[in-house]
Design a protein around this ligand. Sequence first.
Ligand SMILES: [Mg+2]
Length: 173
Amino acid sequence: MTTILFVDCDGTIRKPKSRAKFIQSPDDQQIIKGAENAIASWKEQGYAIVGITNQGGVAAKHKTLESAIAEQRYTLNLFPLLSEIYFCPDYEGLICWRVTRDGEFNITNNEPVEEKYKFRKPGCGMILMASNLFSGNLEECWMVGDSPEDEGAAVNAGIRFMWAGDWRLAHKV
Ligand SMILES: [Mg+2]
């Protein structure tokens, strides 16, 4: 069994380099101060680090699916200790993409699911999916994020939650 730290991406570990409100292109991102050390510290304590991000920008047509995939790939390059990233591109929360260093995989839910199990946060679908693939021990897992949706996803998955600001501060050098 693996213990996992699920990390929200935007506003938690990465932000636009351009200072725009949202990431404008896959390489328009930089590490939020403190995130790298926080990840290293949790990794050292034995946690697998997995990114979990809503990408409604795809549904809203602010970015293409290909661009969203490239964006997660760029983030994996920024954070060598981040294992992989799951993202949900649709507002209905039925589609999930898993982006790893070996490729990207589409995980689509064809069955209707209860609101709380949808992929889109605050649904906990991405957390449960990643936990299954990682043989995660949910009782020992944590979620860190900067929005109520992240907290909601943690509550729906029954895991512990921490706010990004506290998480980064605790590990600033
Ligand atoms: Mg966020």
